[in-house]
Design a protein around this ligand. Structure first.
Ligand SMILES: Cc1ncc(COP(=O)(O)O)c(C=O)c1O
Length: 377
């Protein structure tokens, strides 16, 4: 195993780098270099095939990032001015940005405060005659409750795009993500559960026609369409193949550490541990807790600051403000009060460090530090 930079704070590194590379990746890269390091060649094709099979889909198209892959989807959707796309309020703003750039109007929907995922019960009220697609973001690595989402989509003739940036390898009711909806988009950026040298993405689909079109669009459109360049290099593809082999093992480590953290935190009042809906495989890209200001005696920001200053433990705050409250979206007429449940939830989210490089004793050290900071010992 190639060791992380040991001189750096391990808790900080856990937020920045989500995977482990080994000599196998280095060897795979060398092999491609000896072959003059082509772009989007044999290794990428093999990576696509194996990734599609792993995620239960017919086709996979590798790209240079999640956004690069989503751009292909957005072009295929052929969004007309004024058409609407539903996006959960709690997500990374990339889930919405590319669709805005392609001319869509974003309609924000509430996220469930227990899972941070799109609340299926509050979805239908957001649908209008202009709705085109729903973005189901599998936050933190937990699949959305897909059955009711797919049912609403079917009833209204809408396309379902899964944002699986956090969730390669996740499962819902025994199904892989690639078995549901029209498109699933993944990210291999450096902090994700698997990475292709810091950047990378993939879209999987069972739609033959869309797959063929996206393959062309990725490489300038082949003269048939005004395309883009969203290609992945073979060096990345070769690394992706090794990372894919490690993925299930790394996900298992994440899951084991998360369940151990749940045990350690369950008696710590004021820190709500993650909630899993029944019959899913949550791959714990992130371990999000909700900090209750009154019970822990400080705001979430103060708590994060104190944990760092007193204990040297890095927790972070993410998804606050919700996307509808970001300046870019306020400038489009969105803002506070649009998704009040999500806005309130996001104000309490504290992401604790978790990555496959950790062990149970790291989790014990983390919770001891938390307890000292909030005066529980
Ligand atoms: C939910 C979500 N969607 C999309 C993205 C964008 O991924 P990329 O940086 O590969 O474009 C991210 C990145 O962090 C994300 O968290």
């Amino acid at each position: 195993m190639l060791s992380p930079r040991l001189s750096e704070n391990k808790w900080k590194l856990a937020h920045q780098f989500g995977t482990i590379y080994g000599v196998e990746e280095a060897r795979a890269m060398l092999e491609v270099l000896e072959d003059w390091a082509p772009t989007c060649g044999e290794k990428v094709r093999e990576f696509e095939e194996k990734f599609a099979a792993h995620e239960g889909a017919k086709h996979a198209i590798a790209a240079n990032s999640w956004v690069g892959a989503a751009h292909l989807v957005a072009i295929v959707l052929d969004i007309k001015p004024g058409e609407e796309i539903i996006v959960p309020a709690i997500t990374f703003h990339a889930s919405a940005n590319i669709f805005v750039r392609e001319g869509a109007k974003i309609v924000f929907a509430e996220s469930d405060p227990r899972t941070f995922n799109l609340d299926p019960e509050k979805l239908e009220e957001k649908i209008t005659p202009k709705t085109k697609a729903i973005i189901a973001v599998h936050m933190c690595g937990q699949p959305c409750d897909m059955d009711p989402i797919l049912e609403v989509a079917k009833k209204h003739g809408l396309i379902v795009i899964q944002d699986a940036a956090h969730a390669p390898g996740a499962e819902y009711h025994g199904k892989k993500l690639g078995e549901m909806g029209e498109f699933v988009i993944y990210s291999f950026q450096q902090c994700k559960n698997m990475s292709t040298l810091g950047e990378g993405g993939m879209v999987v689909t069972n739609d033959d026609e869309a797959a063929e079109k996206m393959r062309k669009l990725r490489s300038h459109g082949g003269g048939e369409y005004p395309g883009i360049n969203s290609r992945m290099t073979d060096v990345q593809g070769a690394v992706g193949l090794v990372q894919l082999e490690r993925l299930d093992r790394h996900n298992e480590v994440r899951r084991r550490l998360a369940y151990y953290l749940n045990e350690l935190l369950k008696d710590v009042e004021g820190m709500t541990i993650p909630y899993e809906i029944p019959d899913v495989k949550h791959v714990y890209h992130l371990y999000n807790t909700l900090a209750d200001e009154k019970t822990i005696g400080m705001t979430k920001d103060k708590f994060i600051e104190a944990l760092w200053e007193k204990e040297g433990i890095k927790a972070i705050t993410q998804y606050h403000p919700t996307v509808n409250c970001l300046p870019a979206y306020k400038a489009m007429g969105h803002g506070e009060g649009e998704c009040p449940v999500s806005e309130e939830t996001a104000s309490k989210i504290v992401t604790l460090p978790l990555c496959p490089r950790f062990t149970n004793s790291d989790m014990e050290e983390l919770v001891e530090g938390i307890k000292r900071v909030i005066g529980r010992r």
